[in-house]
Design a protein around this ligand. Structure first.
Ligand code: ADP
Ligand code: MG
Length: 314
């Protein structure tokens, strides 16, 4: 339908990072109390779990999975999309999220180096940095191959993420992704997409629906990973049946192949009709030739179209 039409003209593929390019199966690697903070590793993880207890974000799940003990109930919890969680625990304000969240609350991060290149969750209580938790995510097995194929198809590749710049750059470098926009809030992702469209032409956005449903709806073609959230599946034009990145170049190849076949059909049908018309004017076309030029040609076009089902996607 209309999406297949739009898909064949796509010039750039813009992808979300977490859950789309990476698996989104975060695992806690290290728990690092800040120098001089009066807290140990266990307590830091315990506090993080208290903040993340109600979140469904893959980061939250990894923290809950890593904790050793039960965690205290928070007095209140507020999740800020693309940043983390603000909680009140035992009457104290606790922040659990990225640098952006802490900076916005005026926490001094001047002396904080953290672990560049990895996804970090920072914790602060009552305006003081307590430490950070290092968590790792892995890129999908077919990511490099899928990026190479998109490049061979002449597509520009881009990645949007709410994660830190260094983490985003490391992934983009590993996979040869052309453009990177990091530290984006969910609403910034739509702005970034609009910029990329102005620069490159029609864009396809691929996401998993966690913090990216508005972008999915705003792209020329919005595609949701089959593993994605329900919101994604509703906002998308295309839904992949699996979580493989190779579905992206495959879908573009199918759309382009379908265009080629429909052009063949139009040329063939008009050609035969024109020929029979000329023969008719010359007085050498039979009734049966005319029937063939109409119904026979239509039949052959249908048969040719069936080839669309056999477009090789490797
Ligand atoms: P992406 O854009 O890579 O798909 P998200 O928009 O879901 O990622 O989140 C962006 C960033 O916001 C994360 O990398 C993380 O730093 C922070 N974040 C979001 N939700 C949480 C949470 N529940 N706990 C801690 N940090 C979070
Ligand atoms: Mg996401």
């Amino acid at each position: 339908g209309a999406s297949l039409e739009a898909l064949k003209d796509v010039k750039a593929v813009v992808m979300d990072k977490t859950g789309t390019i990476t698996r989104g199966n975060f695992v806690v690697q290290r728990v690092c109390p800040a120098e001089g903070a009066d807290i140990d590793e266990n307590e830091l993880l315990w506090l993080a779990a208290a903040c993340e207890g109600a979140s469904t974000h893959p980061i939250a799940k990894s923290i809950l999975a890593a904790r050793q003990t039960d965690y205290p109930a928070a007095d209140s919890i507020r999740e800020q999309a693309g940043e983390g969680v603000e909680a009140v625990i035992g009457g104290k304000t606790v922040l659990c999220g990225n640098r952006k969240l802490l900076e916005r609350h005026g926490i001094d991060l001047a002396g904080f180096t953290g672990t560049p290149g990895s996804t970090e969750v920072l914790l602060a209580r009552d305006g003081q940095l307590l430490g950070h938790i290092v968590i790792a995510d892995t890129v999908k097995a077919d990511a490099k191959q899928a990026m190479d194929r998109m490049q061979a198809q002449g597509l520009t590749t881009a990645m949007l993420t709410g994660d830190a710049q260094e983490t985003a750059d490391a992934v983009a470098h590993e996979l040869g992704i052309h453009e990177v926009r990091a530290r984006l809030l969910p609403e910034d992702k739509l702005t970034a997409l609009t910029e990329l469209r102005e620069k490159h032409g029609a864009v396809m956005f691929v996401g998993d629906g966690i913090n990216d449903a508005p972008v999915l709806a705003g792209a020329d073609v919005g595609a949701a990973m089959g593993s994605g959230a329900d919101a994604a599946i509703e906002a998308a034009d295309v839904v992949f049946m699996n979580a493989d990145l190779s579905s992206i170049p495959a879908s573009v190849q199918i759309a382009r192949g379908a265009r080629r076949i429909s052009h063949q059909n139009i040329a063939f049908a008009l050609g035969v009709k024109l020929l029979v018309m000329v023969l008719g004017l010359a007085g050498i076309a039979s009734m049966w030739l005319a029937v063939f030029a109409d119904s026979g040609v239509a039949m052959l076009c249908v048969l040719n179209s069936i080839r669309m089902l056999y477009i090789k996607t490797e």
